[in-house]
Design a protein around this ligand. Structure first.
Ligand code: UD1
Length: 364
C-alpha cells in the first residue's frame, strides 16, 4: 500500500522546498500518497498563496491556521494542531523542510507519536545560539529518522554530533530544484523594469532577521549605510520589517524623493528570481538567498556574523559583511573585483528525485 506522507509547509522559504518533493512523490503513486499540510505560520497572500500558485502546489489538504505569536505560542499551537491531526489520520511519514518554528514543532509532535520524520536541509549549523533557527535545526536533526543534507559540510556537522551515518543522506540542495525549473520563466521577465531599473543597474536588498530589523535604530543605521552606497536599490520588504519601518520616522525618510532605496511589497517567486538574476549584487540576511545567488553567480553580501551555509562562501559568491565594511565590499563588487564562485556538487535540480529514491528503499 502507498505510504501516506505529510509534507509540512509553513513559511515563505518552505514552499520552494516542498514543491519539488510534491512532484517527485506524486510521480511514484504506487509508493507514496503525499498530503500538503500548511501550518499557517505565514498567512499573508504575498507570503504564502502566491507561492503555492506559482510553484504548482495544490491548495493544502489541511490548514492548521496557527498564525503569528511568540516562539512558544507558535511552536505550541503547531504541536497541538498537528498532534490532533496525526492521531486521527496516522501518516506513515512526516517530511519537514528548513529551520522555521513549524519545522521543529511538527517534528516533535510527530516523533512523540512514534511517527517517523524526515528532515530535508538537515545538518546546517551557524553555531549562533541567538538565532531561533539554530535551535530549530538542532532539535529537528536530533530526533528525525532520515536526515537529507544539501552539502558535505552538513554531513560533517551531523557526524560530529554523533549522528549514525546510516541516518544521513547527502542528496543536494532541494531549493535549487525549484530554481532550475523556474529559471526559463524568470529569465523571460525583466521585473527590474517595473521598478524603472536596467539590468545590473541596481542592488537587491532583503532584511528580516530580528537582530537587524526589530530595533528601529539598528534598522535605521543599516538603511543609512545603504543610502550611502549611492547606488540604486530595490528593497522588497518583509512584513516583519514593514511593521518596524511604519512605526518609526524611517518611513518618512525613505519616502523622500532623493532616497536611493525603492521599497516594494513582498514579491512572488518568479519576480524575485528575476530581480536576483539582473541585480548588480544582493545584500541580504536571508539563508536561502545566499544559496540562490551562489547558484546564479551573482555577488552576495550577507549582513550577518555567521552563516549556516558556509559553502556559499568557500565555493560560491557570498561573503559575510558587517555594517562597517559593507560599503568597501560593495565598492569592490561595483569595480568588478569579486570572486566568480562555482556551483556546489549536487545543486543540480535533481535532489527531490534522489529523496524519492531513498524513500522507496526505506518504505520497502
Ligand atoms: C520566519 C522564520 C525565519 C524565516 C522567515 C522567512 C522562524 C523562527 N523564523 O521568520 O527563519 O527566514 O520566516 O520569511 O520560524 N507576519 C505577517 N504576515 C505573515 C507572516 C508574518 O505580517 O504572513 C509578521 C507578523 O507580525 C509576525 C512577524 O511577521 O509576528 C514574524 O513572523 P514569523 O513567522 O514569526 O517569523 P518571520 O520573521 O517571518
Amino acid at each position: 500500500m502507498a505510504a501516506k506522507i505529510y509534507l509540512i509547509a509553513a513559511a515563505r522559504p518552505n514552499f520552494m522546498k516542498i514543491a519539488p518533493l510534491w512532484r517527485a512523490l506524486q510521480e511514484h503513486a504506487d509508493y507514496f500518497t503525499p498530503y500538503l499540510i500548511h501550518t499557517g505560520q505565514h498567512y499573508d497572500r504575498t507570503m504564502s498563496e502566491v507561492f503555492l500558485r506559482e510553484l504548482g502546489l495544490p491548495d493544502p489538504h489541511v490548514h492548521l491556521g496557527v498564525g503569528s505569536g511568540t516562539h512558544a505560542e507558535q511552536t505550541g499551537r503547531v504541536m497541538m494542531a498537528l498532534e490532533k491531526l496525526c492521531l486521527n489520520d496516522r501518516p506513515d511519514l512526516v517530511l519537514v523542510v528548513g529551520d522555521v518554528n513549524s519545522t521543529m514543532a511538527a517534528t516533535l509532535a510527530a516523533k512523540k507519536l512514534c511517527i517517523p520524520v524526515g528532515h530535508i536541509e538537515a545538518g546546517l549549523r551557524s553555531r549562533d545560539w541567538q538565532m531561533p533557527e539554530e535551535i530549530n535545526r538542532i532539535v529537528t536533526d536530533a530526533v528525525s529518522d532520515l536526515l537529507f543534507t544539501p552539502s558535505a559540510d552538513a554531513d560533517e556537522n551531523l557526524r560530529a554530533e554523533g549522528v549514525a551515518p546510516e541516518r544521513i543522506y547527502l542528496v543536494g540542495n532541494i531549493m535549487i530544484d525549484t530554481l532550475v525549473q523556474a529559471l526559463p520563466q524568470a529569465k523571460s521577465r525583466e521585473t527590474c523594469r517595473l521598478f524603472g531599473k536596467q539590468p545590473r543597474g541596481y542592488a537587491l536588498i532583503t532584511l528580516h532577521r530580528p537582530v537587524n530589523v526589530d530595533d528601529p535604530e539598528a534598522l535605521g543605521g543599516i538603511l543609512a549605510r545603504i543610502q550611502a552606497l549611492d547606488f540604486p536599490v530595490v528593497f522588497p520588504v518583509h512584513p516583519r520589517t514593514r511593521k518596524v519601518i511604519e512605526g518609526s520616522p524611517l518611513a518618512a525618510s525613505l519616502a523622500r524623493s532623493e532616497s536611493r532605496i525603492m521599497l516594494s511589497d513582498p514579491l512572488g517567486y518568479l519576480d524575485f528570481l528575476s530581480l536576483i538574476l539582473n541585480a548588480r549584487f544582493v545584500l541580504t540576511d536571508s539563508g536561502g538567498i545566499q544559496e540562490e545567488t551562489t547558484y546564479l553567480g551573482i555577488p552576495c553580501l550577507t549582513l550577518r556574523t555567521t552563516t549556516e551555509r558556509p559553502i556559499t562562501i568557500t565555493q560560491g559568491t557570498n561573503e559575510l559583511v558587517t555594517l562597517a565594511d559593507m560599503q568597501a565590499q560593495a565598492a569592490r563588487i561595483l569595480a568588478g573585483n569579486w570572486k566568480q564562485g562555482s556551483r556546489p556538487p549536487l545543486w543540480d535540480g535533481a535532489t527531490a528525485p534522489r529523496i524519492a529514491t531513498v524513500l522507496k528503499g526505506w518504505h520497502g
